[in-house]
Design a protein around this ligand. Structure first.
Ligand code: NAP
Length: 318
């Protein structure tokens, strides 16, 4: 039986899924392991399972035991992995595409609606027992119905968000580095330039990967290109947003409201975020549904089994 070292917390059903096919060493559901703990724990194993907060960089990959043949991340994002270094070491790398797309798209809609309907202030009003009754002046937010939606990163997740936004009669605009074929575009308007997309986006959704290519993509200059009163949502990666610039735009009202699921340097948040009333925040729960968690585990287990039986796993990155 192949030996798996699971270096991150996973739901018990997912650990059981792995244990059906592999001899599993589970590090437990404590805080993320240090690089030293990962190196020590992976000794004598065939595969290492990690997830998004754990950086597996060139230095760590260089120290991993020679027994290791595969690296599996329990996430679709892989900006925390050095794929080049992994390939050079001869590691096959696996992730969890597709199975979390619907859950994340639902979370993106939650962020759009939570921001537009001022959910942070509304929940505080109730929980702090300050609500004195309905009035027409209370907590008026903004419709998203019919607003132009600008999506940065029209991949699996961006397209699933677009599918749902069409039910709100939102015209869809998007920016990718490359244009999609017409069947995937689904009538959406492609903007080869990010600046042109920003000028159109009454609601902006960031659904692109993290990493150096997108670091600080939404900065002061780019925020200024949004229409006044735009709503900003980030379901991709925290590093895509310059926190101080978004906070300034929320303070000035140029960005009317924002919804964030991901944060640069999470779980430590940019301190001003805690105090902004028009900011609706979730603690990186985009894919956090029981169905999705189980499906992610199944996909990784099936990918590893296919790899060792000589197949071509659909979720292999390198
Ligand atoms: P995907 O199918 O690979 O789509 C990524 C899209 O981003 C592609 O359309 C790509 O198009 C575009 N893109 C990449 N680099 C870009 C750049 N520099 N500028 C503009 N567009 C760029 O991935 P996915 O499954 O949709 O997931 C997208 C990201 O969402 C993941 O990488 C992950 O970081 C994040 N995510 C977050 C959560 C959460 O819990 N909040 C859950 C799942 C995923 P081009 O290559 O043509 O540019």
């Amino acid at each position: 039986m192949r030996r798996l070292f699971i270096a991150c917390a996973l739901p018990p059903s997912v650990v059981a899924e792995f244990a059906r096919a592999f001899a599993v060493t589970y590090a437990g559901d404590g805080p993320p392991l240090s690089a030293d703990d990962i190196v020590a724990g992976a000794a004598g194993h065939d595969a290492l399972v990690v997830t998004a907060p754990t950086r597996v960089d060139r230095a760590l990959i260089g120290r991993l035991p020679a027994s290791l043949q595969a690296l599996a991340t329990y996430s679709v994002g892989h900006d925390h992995l050095d794929l080049t270094a992994a390939a050079e070491k001869g590691l096959a790398v696996f992730s969890t595409p597709d199975v979390l797309t619907d859950a994340c798209a639902e979370a993106a809609l939650l962020l759009m609606l939570g921001a537009a309907r001022r959910a942070t202030e509304a929940i505080a009003l109730l929980r702090e027992r300050r609500w004195t009754g309905w009035t027409p002046t209370q907590l008026n937010g903004w419709d998203i119905t019919g607003k132009r939606l600008g999506i940065v990163g029209m991949g699996r997740l961006g397209r699933a968000i677009a599918d749902r936004a069409r039910a709100f009669r939102m015209p869809i605009h998007y920016h990718n580095r490359s244009r999609l074929p017409a069947d995937l575009e689904g009538g959406a308007t492609y903007h080869p330039s990010l600046d042109a997309l920003l000028a159109a986006a009454q609601v902006l959704v960031l659904a692109c990967p993290g990493g150096e290519a997108t670091r600080g993509l939404l900065n002061r200059e780019r925020i200024a290109r949004l229409p006044p009163g735009a709503i900003v949502v980030n379901i991709g990666r925290g590093s895509v947003v310059v926190d101080a610039d978004l906070a300034d735009a929320l303070d000035s009202g140029h960005v009317a409201a924002a919804g964030l699921d991901v944060f640069d340097g999470e779980p430590a948040l940019y301190p001003r975020y805690y105090t902004l009333p028009t900011l609706f925040m979730l603690p990186h729960i985009g894919s956090a549904t029981l169905e999705t968690r189980n499906a992610m585990g199944r996909l990784l287990a099936e990918g590893l089994e296919a790899f060792w039986s000589g197949g071509a796993p659909v979720n292999r990155l390198v």
